[in-house]
Design a protein around this ligand. Structure first.
Ligand SMILES: [Ca+2]
Ligand SMILES: [Ca+2]
Length: 145
């Protein structure tokens, strides 16, 4: 997770923790995730919450919020997750993603990512050699990663 995202998450957490006690409840977490562009269904969010430690009151502190956000950013368990992620990268709805699209998104998750690495990943998975990744090629890349 890069600094820009961390800052956005930290700022929004503060904003949503209105009484400033350092914890938020599930409903506030849901709004907070949406605010941070980490859209989750209620069931999905519940799963993510269950995966991290929660203190006894069912409240989520900042540390666990970051864990949850991080899981959401890198979690592609289901076909829908993957499709949703692809659609998010494919901003112009062209049905394919460019190395630049991918770099814009992945560099937010991984601070140390270099543009050359993304170009290389695209090359390795660009089966029809058009320089872009369609959904099928994109899935191949994510699964090989
Ligand atoms: Ca609070
Ligand atoms: Ca292609």
């Amino acid at each position: 997770m890069n600094e820009e995202i961390k800052k956005k998450l930290a700022d929004n957490f503060k904003l949503f923790d209105q009484n400033g006690d350092g914890v938020i409840n599930f409903n506030i977490l849901k709004d907070l995730m949406n605010k941070c562009d980490l859209f989750c269904t209620e069931a999905e969010l519940q799963d993510l919450v269950n995966e991290v430690d929660i203190n006894e009151k069912g409240q989520i502190d900042y540390k666990n919020f970051i864990k949850i956000a991080n899981k959401k950013l890198t979690n592609f368990d289901t076909e829908e997750d993957l499709r949703e992620f692809f659609n998010r990268i494919d901003k112009n709805k062209k049905g394919y993603v460019t190395p630049q699209n991918l770099f814009d998104v992945f560099s937010k998750i991984d601070d140390n990512l270099k543009e050359e690495e993304v170009i290389q990943m695209v090359k390795e998975n660009d089966l029809d050699l058009d320089g872009f990744l369609n959904y099928e090629e994109f899935c191949r890349m994510v699964k090989n990663k």
